[in-house]
Design a protein around this ligand. Structure first.
Ligand SMILES: *Cc1c(COP(=O)(O)O)cnc(C)c1O
Length: 407
């Protein structure tokens, strides 16, 4: 049989008598060379574990004389390629990847908050993050203070001697508030508090929180970083000492990213800057068109002069991003007619991908509470969030203008 030669080449079952069976060969033959190749793309290292040549190699690894991988929860070459790329993009010493954006947030909190510690977050941060603080961090005795978004004065008041972390999104969802991070960092660092920024809505193309002194930046890589609505992933990037804690935590908590998703993320990241350039352009033009439209009550976009944080946004951000939130001059049913009349955007949650997505927060992420409770979060029944993709800007503008006639 022709593959007997291969059996000898790969030195399978050395020291045993005769040829290995079909099962042994089908599992092992051909896999044992440590190939390096000249492929342009990074291979998907679809493996759960790694093998050692002999016990001496195990010893060398354990004693730190040899750098290599041991087990998939602690490292993978495909993930490492993504981590290096993201570290370069964020200006970080190190990056850790997670199975989702939520996993990045929960692992970072568990890694950095002490028992009975104190956390400060802003009121319009991702709902599941607030839920995690309320339902799970309380079990560890961690108290959470929720402050108004983008308000450094309120932040200064909320800090206590036992405060460990301040967490904000930038820009926030859905009103795209932009906190003055250099000032935030000055206030927090004076009190020994670390600043964690969920920069999902900005992406490193529009803002790098670490360059303004933040200690950690996290992403739902599901959004702009992946960029194709085809994967779930999360990341955390920062200085070496903080990241060492986070890396240790993911090794224990176990929410690592799968190698195949890491490959999709790696591929998506290659076009990040091109995609964001289009999304910035479309977002701004859509925001301006909507603001001038008689059927639109109010538009929220960080680079519009009417936005409460316009001055800070113009100073910090290189672009306003692809998300535009707006309140239509109608009721719930009118907003439904508008959304249903849009032909290009899919109706769905999420953002940052090549396909435009549109949603009514009252019907999507805030569905399970009453209209009055939604009003407390400032979510009106006629509010719409559009996440622009990379379609031609003029096509999207025409589609929205046509749908506005249907209200
Ligand atoms: C989507 C999102 C998350 C959660 O990320 P997943 O990848 O869905 O787990 C967290 N923060 C922000 C700002 C998000 O948009």
């Amino acid at each position: 049989m022709s593959d007997r030669r291969n059996t000898k080449d790969t030195n399978l079952c050395h020291g045993t008598k005769g040829d290995p069976g079909f099962s042994t060969r089908s599992v092992h033959s051909g896999e044992r060379e440590r190939q390096t190749s000249d492929s342009i793309t990074t291979p998907i290292h679809q493996t759960s574990t790694y093998w050692f040549k002999d016990s001496e190699e195990v010893r060398a690894y354990q004693e730190g004389r040899k750098e290599r991988d041991e087990y998939g929860r602690y490292g993978n070459p495909t993930l490492r390629a993504v981590e290096h790329k993201l570290s370069e993009l964020e200006g970080a010493d190190d990056t850790v990847l997670f199975a989702s954006g939520m996993c990045a947030a929960t692992t970072v909190f568990l890694a950095l908050l002490p028992k009975n510690g104190h956390l400060v977050v802003t009121s319009d941060c991702y709902r599941r993050t607030r839920q995690f603080a309320r339902e799970y961090l309380t079990k560890l005795g961690v108290e959470t203070t929720v402050i108004e978004p983008s308000n450094n004065a309120k932040l200064a008041e909320a800090l206590r001697d036992d405060t460990t972390l301040f967490f904000t999104e930038l820009p926030t969802n859905p009103y795209l508030r932009v906190m003055d991070i250099p000032e935030t960092v000055r206030i927090c660092h004076a009190r020994g508090v670390k600043v964690v920024v969920d920069s999902t809505f900005a992406s490193p193309i529009n803002y790098q929180p670490l360059s303004d002194g933040a200690d950690l930046v996290i992403h739902s890589a599901t959004k702009y970083l992946g960029g194709h609505n085809d994967l779930l992933a999360g990341s955390a990037s920062g200085k070496a000492d903080v990241m060492a804690e986070v890396r240790k935590a993911v090794g224990i908590l176990g929410g690592v990213l799968a190698p195949h998703s890491a490959y999709l993320l790696l591929r998506g990241l290659k076009t990040l800057s091109l995609r964001i350039a289009r999304q910035n352009e479309t977002g701004l033009r859509v925001a301006k068109m909507l603001e001038a439209h008689p059927k639109v009550r109010r538009v929220y976009y960080p680079l519009l002069d009417s936005h409460p944080d316009a001055a800070v946004a113009k100073r910090l951000l290189r672009g306003g991003g692809g998300v535009v939130t707006f309140d239509l001059d109608t009721d719930f049913d009118g907003a439904v007619r508008f959304v249903d009349a849009c032909k290009i955007p899919y109706i769905g949650p999420s953002l940052g991908g090549v396909e435009s997505l549109i949603e009514m927060p009252a019907l999507m992420s805030y569905w399970d509470i009453t209209s009055a409770q939604r009003a407390e979060f400032g979510i009106s029944d006629s509010l719409v969030r559009l996440a622009c993709g990379i379609e031609d800007t003029d096509d999207l503008l025409a589609d929205l203008q046509n749908a506005l006639t249907q209200i």
